[in-house]
Design a protein around this ligand. Structure first.
Ligand SMILES: [Zn+2]
Length: 277
């Protein structure tokens, strides 16, 4: 059984993580984690990339082409796949994740939909927020409640503070850097508990942020995110400077491999380096 925590730090660009994700950089530097450079699919927007990261499909295939496309996912995703495999899943994240994978009518209603426990949609147990300035510390606390209460095989944690600071102050700002550092501190403080309870950990971003405080387009600072993996299934080290070059399409098949569940047609075979290969 491979239990897994998947942390999607919204708007975590590759450079800001390298500069300010001290704990995970330490783990990669000392051979306790894998680090890759992940080249994001386009458009470098949140809702399209949530669907790409969680289904393994490009935007033209899954059809979530813009943030404004507010509908449920029509394809297999990591939540539907874990449910079908009789695994327990849970999610603490932004309201758009409930809109994509939940059992509630659209759009998200904060006063009705914040707590979706024992849901019948693809997400089984969820706590959701819709204010972009919702504190990351409280979001990690929501996730920890779900983890302790439901002992999920797959737990997704999705903080928005980095994206909020990036839009407000740009990728050049102290505020963006501080939010990234803060998110890594949350991971560092929880890491020992997670590993003790048998969890593998995957951390990445959905897109980056540019010097105007924007993301959507086709340039490295908007597209490149880090991918950190803590799992004894993968080779450890910093692979971010060369081969293999990963994209957003590598993430869902990676999650499937770590959870020991089959991928579905349309997904690529992940280029992450596994031990014994
Ligand atoms: Zn954004």
């Amino acid at each position: 059984m491979g239990k897994l925590i998947f942390i999607l730090v919204d708007a975590l660009g590759f450079d800001v993580a390298t500069k300010h994700f001290g704990f995970l950089e330490h783990m990669a530097e000392t051979g306790q984690a894998a680090k890759y450079r992940l080249y994001g699919e386009l458009p470098s927007l949140s809702r399209p990339m949530y669907e790409t990261l969680l289904t393994g499909l490009p935007v033209w295939q899954h059809g979530i082409t813009a943030n404004e496309v507010c509908r449920k996912s029509r394809v297999e995703n990591i939540f539907s796949m874990t449910r079908k495999a009789s695994l327990t899943n849970a999610c603490a994240g932004y309201s758009w994740l409930l809109e994509l994978y939940g059992d509630r009518s659209l759009p998200f209603d904060l006063y009705r939909d914040r707590y979706c426990l024992d849901g019948s949609g693809d997400i089984m147990h969820g706590i959701f927020y819709c204010s972009d300035d919702y504190p990351d510390s409280h979001l990690y606390s929501d996730a920890e409640f779900l983890r302790r209460q439901y002992k999920p095989d797959f737990l997704m944690i999705h903080p928005m503070g980095v994206d909020f600071a990036g839009h407000r102050f740009t990728a050049l700002s102290k505020e963006y850097a501080m939010q990234a550092a803060h998110s890594c501190v949350q991971i560092a403080t929880q890491w020992e508990n997670w590993v003790r309870d048998g969890y593998q950990i995957v951390v990445t971003g959905d897109h980056g942020m540019d010097h105007l405080g924007l993301h959507e387009g086709n340039e490295p600072i908007q597209r490149e995110t880090p991918l950190y993996i803590i799992s004894d299934r993968v080779k450890y080290g910093d692979f971010s400077g060369g081969e293999p070059v990963l994209t957003s399409l590598d993430v869902c098949p990676l999650l499937c491999a770590l959870l020991n569940i089959p991928t579905v047609p349309g997904m690529i075979k992940t280029k992450v380096l596994f031990r014994g290969n």
